[in-house]
Design a binder for this molecule. Structure first.
Ligand code: P71
Length: 459
C-alpha cells in the first residue's frame, strides 16, 4: 500500500474558506483575548482546533439522517444504534449522551466521592475536570517514555503497570471507585495503547475489584495501530481488535464526535445493571429519555453508520497516513514535534521551539497565537494553560512535562495541499522564533480555563 494512501473518497460538496489579511488577523487576536477558542470561525483559514465534531459525514450518513425516527421512546434509530453498539463494543447496556463529557459527568456523579482517586494513562481535559468537579483526584500513570518527545515506541500511550500497582497499594483500592484508560492518549500526543497493556491494566484493576472504564473516543485509530504494530494482530480486522479491547473492560465512555465521525453525540456503556439503572435515571433528569439521551433520533442513525465507517481499514489507513504525512514534512524541516505522529493529530513541541519562553509564560499559547498570526491556522495549546493545576494538598502549581500545540486533523476534511500550507506556515514561524514572547492571563476560571481565558502578551 502507498505510504500515504490517497483519500478513499471524492468530494461532492464544498465549503468555501477564506484567508483574511494580516491586519485583520491582528485585530481578531486582540478581540479574542489571544485565545483561539474566541476567534470567529470565518476568520480562520485552516481550522485544526479539534477533530471533535468537525469531520465530514459521508453520503451514507446524510442519507441515514433522513431516516431518523423521532419517536420519544423506543425509536428505530435507537435500535439501529444499539445493534452496532452490540457488534463493536459488546457491553450489556448503554445510554446515548449528547457528547462525551455528559457521559463522564454521569459516570463521575454516580461513582466518585470526594477525595477518591481515578487513575488512567492520562485523562483528557473534560474527564479530568469532571472528576475534579466531584471532588475526585484524576491521576495520570502513563509510561515515562510518553514524556520523551523524540523517543519512538509503538505504544507510547501505555499505562505503567508498576506505577499502577504501587498507586493502588499506596492509596488503597477502596479509594479508587473506578479505573480508566484513554485510547488513544489525547493528552499525550494521540499515542496508542497496546492490547497487551490493556490486558494487564484490566487484570490489575480486576484483581483489586476496581471497575474498568475505557475512554473510547479514538478506539478505531487505536485498533488500527494495534493491527499495524502489535505482534499477532496483523491478520485480525480492526473490528475484531475493537471487540477484543472492549471485552476487557466493564464499560466505556465515548464522544462519538471523534471516531464515529458525527457532529454531535456520545454514549456511556456498561455491563453492570444497577449502574445502568442509575445512569438511566440520571439521564432522565438531565439529558433525556434513555433511548435518545439528549440527541435527535437522526443523530443516533448518523452515529450508527459513522461507527462502522470509522473502523473501516481503508479509511483508517488514509487517516493515520495523513497524520504521518504532516509529521514527516515537519520533521524534514526540523520543526520539533512529539514523535511518532499520533492518530488524530500532530503535536508541536513548543517547549523546544521556544526555549526562551518559561513554562509559566505559556510557550504553547505563544505558538498557537503565531500559527494564527502567520497563517490564520487555529490550533490548541496542550500544555500549562490546559493542564497546570494547583496540588490539592500543598496548593503549589504543578506543571505538565511537555508544552505542546496540537494540530488536530478533522476527519475527511482537509487535503494534502492544506497540510502543505500548514508546513509552510510553520517554516516561517520557525525562522522568526526568537521574536516570540510569552503570555499571561488577564482572566481565567478555575476549571477548564483554556476554553474561556483571556491573555495579554508579555513585553
Ligand atoms: C478534543 C476534544 C474536545 C475538545 C476538548 C478541549 C478543547 C477543545 C475541544 C474531547 C474528549 C477527548 C477524550 C479523550 C473525552 C472528551 C470529551 N476532546 N475524552 O480532543 O478527547 O468529549 O468533547 O464530546 O465532550 O478536541 P466531548
Amino acid at each position: 500500500m502507498a505510504l500515504y494512501p490517497p483519500e478513499p473518497f471524492r468530494i461532492k460538496m464544498v465549503e468555501p474558506i477564506q484567508l483574511i489579511n494580516p491586519e485583520e488577523r491582528e485585530l481578531a487576536l486582540v478581540e479574542a483575548g489571544f485565545n483561539p477558542f474566541k476567534l470567529k470561525a470565518q476568520d480562520v483559514f485552516i481550522d485544526l482546533l479539534t477533530d471533535s465534531g468537525t469531520g465530514a459525514m459521508s453520503h451514507f450518513q446524510w442519507a441515514a439522517l433522513m431516516q431518523g425516527d423521532e419517536s420519544y421512546a423506543g425509536a428505530r434509530s435507537y435500535q439501529r444504534l444499539a445493534q452496532v453498539m452490540q457488534e463493536i463494543f459488546g457491553f450489556k447496556f448503554f445510554v446515548p449522551t449528547h457528547q462525551g463529557r455528559a457521559a463522564e459527568n454521569i459516570l463521575s456523579s454516580l461513582m466518585i466521592k470526594p477525595g477518591q482517586y481515578v487513575p488512567s494513562n492520562m485523562h483528557f481535559d473534560t474527564t479530568d475536570a469532571n472528576i475534579r468537579a466531584r471532588g475526585g483526584r484524576p491521576t495520570n500513570l502513563v509510561i515515562n517514555a510518553a514524556e520523551d518527545p523524540t523517543l519512538h515506541l509503538p505504544f507510547k500511550g501505555n499505562m505503567d503497570i508498576q506505577k499502577l500497582r504501587n498507586f493502588i497499594n499506596q492509596v488503597g483500592a477502596d479509594n479508587i471507585p473506578l479505573g480508566m484508560i484513554t485510547i488513544t492518549n489525547n493528552a499525550g500526543g494521540g499515542q496508542p495503547v497496546s492490547m497487551e497493556n490493556l490486558r494487564q491494566v484490566a487484570e490489575t484493576y480486576r484483581n483489586h475489584g476496581i471497575p474498568f472504564f475505557i475512554d473510547a473516543c479514538r478506539f478505531a485509530e487505536n485498533a488500527y495501530f494495534i493491527k499495524m504494530r502489535e505482534p499477532g494482530y496483523a491478520d485480525k480486522s480492526t473490528l475484531e481488535i475493537a471487540q477484543e479491547i472492549f471485552s476487557l473492560a466493564d464499560g466505556a465512555t465515548m464522544s462519538a464526535k471523534k471516531d464515529a465521525i458525527v457532529n454531535i453525540g456520545g454514549f456511556l456503556a456498561m455491563n453492570d445493571e444497577t449502574l445502568f439503572q442509575k445512569a438511566s435515571n440520571e439521564l432522565i433528569l438531565r439529558e433525556g429519555f434513555p433511548t435518545y439521551g439528549g440527541l435527535a433520533g437522526r443523530d443516533l442513525d448518523a452515529i450508527a453508520v459513522g461507527l462502522r465507517e470509522g473502523i473501516s481499514e481503508e479509511y483508517l489507513a488514509y487517516r493515520v497516513g495523513q497524520t504521518a504525512y504532516l509529521a514527516e514534512r515537519l520533521l524534514e524541516n526540523d520543526i520539533p514535534i512529539l514523535e511518532p505522529a499520533g492518530g488524530h493529530a500532530v503535536y508541536l513541541d513548543a517547549g523546544r521551539l521556544y526555549p526562551h519562553i518559561p513554562q509559566s509564560e505559556f510557550p504553547g499559547q505563544a505558538l498557537a497565537i503565531e500559527l494564527y498570526r502567520v497563517g490564520a491556522i487555529r490550533a490548541i495549546e496542550i500544555g500549562s494553560v490546559m493542564f497546570a493545576h494547583p496540588n490539592p494538598d500543598t496548593g503549589e502549581m504543578e506543571f505538565p512535562k511537555l508544552e505542546l500545540v496540537r494540530l488536530a486533523l478533522p476527519r475527511r476534511v482537509y487535503t494534502q495541499s492544506h497540510l502543505d500550507y500548514v508546513v509552510e506556515t510553520l517554516i516561517q514561524i520557525k525562522q522568526q522564533r526568537e521574536k516570540a514572547r510569552g503570555y499571561r492571563f488577564t482572566y481565567a476560571p478555575e476549571l477548564l480555563r483554556h476554553f474561556s481565558a483571556n491573555f495579554e502578551p508579555i513585553q
